[in-house]
Design a protein around this ligand. Sequence first.
Ligand code: SF4
Length: 340
Amino acid sequence: MELYLGVDVGSVTTKLVLMDKKKKIWASCYLKTSGDPVLALKEGLTYIEDHLPRGGEIVGVGTTGSARHLAGVVVGADIVKNEITAHAVAAITRVPEVRTVFEIGGQDSKLILIREGVVEDFAMNTICAAGTGSFLEHQAVRLNVPIEEFGKLALQAEQSVRIAGRCTVFAESDMIHKQQLGFAKPEIIKGLCESLVRNFMNNLATGKTIEDPIVFQGGVAANQGIVQAFRDFFQGKKKIVVPPEHGVMGAWGAAILAMEYAPQETAFQGFEVVNRVFENRSFTCGDCPNGCEVVFLKEEGVIKALWGSRCGKWTPETVGQKFAESKLEEKTDQRELSVS
Ligand code: SF4
């Protein structure tokens, strides 16, 4: 059986999906990136290998996410695509009539407008943590509530409490204030869910026409409190669909894109990749005001891939040469490098 592997490596979570030609998912995993995308990828590949159906063969690989280039080199990708495309493709596959996608992940959130099956417009929030899953997880720890219970508790609230959601600092101090005023945990959690939704809508949806059906995806879509807060925001007038694959939609989209790309021969490196040793390094180029963060991946001392240089000045050859000449490698720890 011919199978396609989709990989979505974000700064907080790493997702892998194994899919057949009918786009049926045979295996998927959702892992914490924990600051080490290569390790997360290796764990994911081990899981996928363990769940490979008998006679299954990977004939195409797609990668997406903020570390898509790195993932593409490590796994061997036939196609590397941005998250907007990957998420939109998966949403259209699940709900062909979709008009809007809300995606809230660990570290960022996205709004995608789809018209006639094509991405018409999108917005991404990569700056404000108050509209992301990390914010909720942080507040769950503060309230001593397991994040899995967060949504359920929010639904138990008899009233909601307004929590300032403009940024994490305001939200946290406001939440403490409301606790001191004696509001119950479910009420505060409901207020937090509503503040995240307000933040999402203010940051991403201002000036945009939100049409339904809306597909809500990303790890945060598992939180019933947030789903309900979106429903309340639209006063129940918009249809919101949470697909069963909500947590791995980016990876699923990457697998679909790999299938559509139909490589003659896949670049997949095989599951033996888990035994190879990679080193991921970065430095900030200070040679012009762009200050690009240049990231490179080494395997046994050899630079295998490099990205982030907007002008193309840095290539594996030039970085390797400069490093060899002036021991610049030591400076990467200071994340600062200027070469004349
Ligand atoms: S890589 Fe090029 S564009 Fe980026 S900071 Fe250096 S000189 Fe400027």
